[in-house]
Design a protein. Structure first.
Length: 309
């Protein structure tokens, strides 16, 4: 059933697990995520960035979401705008039937972020839609989400409290050391769990969101490279850290890069092993299967959301 994130987040905070939020761009990815969630009987979030919406086209996307709902009525899932850049994009998605939107004002100064977030919250709430906001800056470079490492700034716990109070946002994305893309850490992976704990102390009832939280699964990177890719030195957030985050008050964990790697790894393997194959179903079927397997692993072994639907 298509729902907002309100109840699933309440349950996640009560029971100490996280909901996987997976980026979608096409039919195969949507099917893989929903099939994985159904098999695990897990609540799930499908999210689309504005560039994903441009690619898939809003109308097609919403029709596929409807199809997913019809196929899996027993699974509570949200369709969420990832990194909404402005009020207009948020409004477009709310009006189209999204159940949750993110307004990403992290590139603005605090006061401007408060002001712009509030505008989105007012409109969203009047339509029964929930809003994720962001405070603090993630390091790293990924398409439209582009903040130089020098600018990286962890979320300040006192500011987080003030921000949530003044904006009325429903959940908050924080910066504690993650970043978007396949190159998150030069040396050892390190997350500031001390900052997370301080934020939770101040806003215990606000669901916390972790962006840039792909593991950059080494086996998937290796499979890509084995079959001709050039992705050297990629590194993400280890499963153990994501599990710790899941039981320490993080309610939503965002994953895009790992799904991109899964899709690429599967397709590259078919292309390398069967150079005469040119029926798209020949390579999109294993791609969908590997995405499903990746999502299922996260839900079951890392986030703890199996059987929480
Ligand atoms: O955080 C960003 C997501 O990975 C979406 O990336 O804008 O290339 O769709 P995208
Ligand atoms: P990754 O690049 O680590 O998958 O992060 C995705 C994300 O945060 C989407 O908003
Ligand atoms: Zn993100």
């Amino acid at each position: 059933m298509l729902v907002t994130t309100k109840e699933m987040f309440e349950k996640s905070m009560r029971e100490g697990f996280a909901i996987g939020a997976f980026n979608v761009n096409n039919m195969e990815i949507i099917q893989a995520i929903m099939d994985a969630a159904a098999e695990e009987h897990a609540p799930v979030i499908m999210q689309a960035s504005s560039s994903a919406i441009k690619y898939a086209r809003l109308n097609y996307l919403m029709k596929m979401v409807k199809a997913a709902e019809e196929e899996h009525p027993e699974i509570p899932f949200a369709i969420h705008l990832d990194h909404g850049p402005d009020f207009e994009t948020c409004k477009m998605c709310i009006d189209a039937g999204f159940t949750s939107v993110m307004f990403d004002g992290s590139k603005y100064d605090f006061e401007e972020n408060v002001r712009l977030t509030k505008e989105v919250v007012e409109y969203a709430h009047s339509k029964g839609v929930v809003v994720e906001a962001e405070l603090g800056k993630l390091a790293g470079i990924e398409d439209d989400v582009n903040v130089s490492a020098d600018d990286a700034m962890f979320t300040d716990p006192a500011q987080a409290e003030e921000f949530v109070r003044r904006t009325g946002c429903d959940s908050l994305a924080i910066a504690i050391g993650t970043s978007h893309g396949a190159y998150k850490f030069k040396g050892e992976a390190k997350l500031r769990f001390d900052i997370l704990a301080k934020i939770k102390e101040r806003i215990p009832n606000t669901p916390i969101v972790l962006h840039g939280a792909s593991t950059v699964i080494p086996e998937l990177v290796a499979q890509c490279n084995e079959y001709g890719a050039d992705i050297p030195g990629a590194k993400g957030v280890p499963d153990e850290m994501l599990h710790e985050a899941s039981i320490s008050g993080v309610s939503k964990i965002n994953v895009d890069t790992d799904l991109r790697l899964a899709m690429t790894a599967a397709i590259r393997k078919v292309f390398a092993e069967e150079p005469s194959a040119f029926d798209p179903r020949k390579y999109l079927t294993p791609a969908r299967d590997l995405i499903k397997q990746t999502v299922q692993h996260k839900i079951r072994d890392v986030f703890g959301s199996s059987n929480k639907a």
